[in-house]
Ligand binder design. Structure first.
Ligand SMILES: NC(=O)c1ccc[n+]([C@@H]2O[C@H](COP(=O)([O-])OP(=O)(O)OC[C@H]3O[C@@H](n4cnc5c(N)ncnc54)[C@H](O)[C@@H]3O)[C@@H](O)[C@H]2O)c1
Length: 161
């Protein structure tokens, strides 16, 4: 992680940003969106929650104006809004791994079976996958690591053990 902020700033100076899709806009998810908005080189492009209001609120709490938020139900709307560099809110978690321009998918739902599906979909769609810790999910971690290594995909975990 040493020098990470410098590398991210370099990326942004090249007019490039890591586009993140976050699934689960609860306590942790909303915090992550606010933090990412303040960072260089990384942006929370797509936020998904089964309660769409949570996804929208994640952006508004981070200071994003309503006019920059697109509510999307389908992949075509998501891909178009990503190209236009809008902030996208949705209630369909399938869109996170299917979106063209998304680089990283973060699972912050805390639901093990939802996380496992997002992890596999991310790996098979060549997206880097990251998750906020959930103790129940640790048992499946070894399997995910094996699969992601075989697929040349990144697998990261946030938070402590
Ligand atoms: N809250 C903390 O202080 C804390 C600290 C460290 C780690 N964590 C971990 O972070 C994770 C999330 O915790 P939290 O406190 O933010 O939980 P939370 O309940 O506040 O948020 C989870 C969100 O995920 C959404 N969600 C559930 N199923 C979904 C689905 N299928 N598709 C889309 N969205 C869905 C819920 O609607 C909810 O808004 C958990 O794994 C928890 O262990 C939490």
């Amino acid at each position: 992680m040493l020098g990470l902020n410098t590398k991210l700033a370099e990326l942004e100076s090249q007019n490039n940003k890591i586009k993140v899709a976050l699934v689960g806009a609860g306590q942790m998810g909303k915090g992550m969106v606010s933090q990412m908005i303040l960072m260089k080189g990384m942006t929370p492009s797509l936020v998904i929650d089964i309660d769409i209001q949570n996804a929208i609120e994640a952006f508004t709490l981070a200071g994003i104006p309503q006019s920059d938020i697109v509510v999307a139900k389908d992949i075509a709307t998501v891909n178009k809004a990503l190209e236009e560099e809008k902030y996208i809110a949705s209630d369909n978690s399938e869109l996170a791994t299917a979106a063209n321009l998304i680089d990283v998918v973060v699972d912050a739902t805390g639901v093990p079976e939802v996380g496992a599906k997002i992890a596999l979909d991310s790996i098979f769609n060549k997206k880097t996958y990251s998750y906020v810790k959930c103790r129940d999910r640790c048992s499946s971690r070894a399997n995910l690591e094996q699969i992601s290594t075989k697929c040349w995909c990144g697998l990261y975990r946030n938070c402590r053990r």
